[in-house]
Design a protein around this ligand. Structure first.
Ligand code: THU
Length: 143
């Protein structure tokens, strides 16, 4: 599976996207790239804000790009820091990626290639909500 993926091209796309990073506060540029289920390579960079908590991680741009350019799901993902080293997505971004991932999406990580299920075990996601809404007892009782 991972052998079929052009990780060199993905990393190059992440590095190219990183050039657009807006990081006046942390000075920590991040670039990400992913392969989509229909073969597109998409990317993103982090965009910070003077109201620090509003910072958009690079993965936010990636997910926006996924949907803005045709949708689908993420099949493979990589993330680089300012020194071209592989960076692990933060916890929030693992959740963000999970929502849009194909089952078994592969990430290039600091400990080798790992699936989204491995880096976010027992994830909360759309299937949990689907299962809940399918149970008759989940409907709130009338007052
Ligand atoms: N950052 C990302 O863009 N993605 C991550 O997964 C980790 C953190 C950014 C946010 C902030 O602009 C900078 O890295 C330092 O935290």
């Amino acid at each position: 599976m991972t052998n079929d993926i052009d990780w060199v091209a993905l990393k190059a796309a992440a590095v190219a996207a990183r050039a657009g990073a807006y990081v006046p506060y942390s000075k920590f540029p991040v670039g990400v790239a992913a392969l989509t289920s229909d073969g597109r390579i998409i990317s993103g960079c982090n965009v910070e804000n003077a109201s620090y908590g509003l910072t958009l991680c690079a993965e936010c741009g990636l997910v926006s790009s996924l949907h803005a350019t045709g949708g689908g799901t993420l099949v493979a993902f990589t993330c680089v820091d300012g020194n071209d080293n592989v960076l692990m997505p933060c916890g929030r971004c693992r959740q963000l990626l999970f929502e849009h991932s194909a089952p078994g999406m592969v990430l290039e990580t600091v400990s080798g290639f790992r699936t989204i299920e491995e880096v976010l075990p027992d994830a909360f996601g759309p299937r949990v909500l689907d299962a809940y809404s399918a149970t008759a007892s989940s409907a709130p009782s009338a007052p």
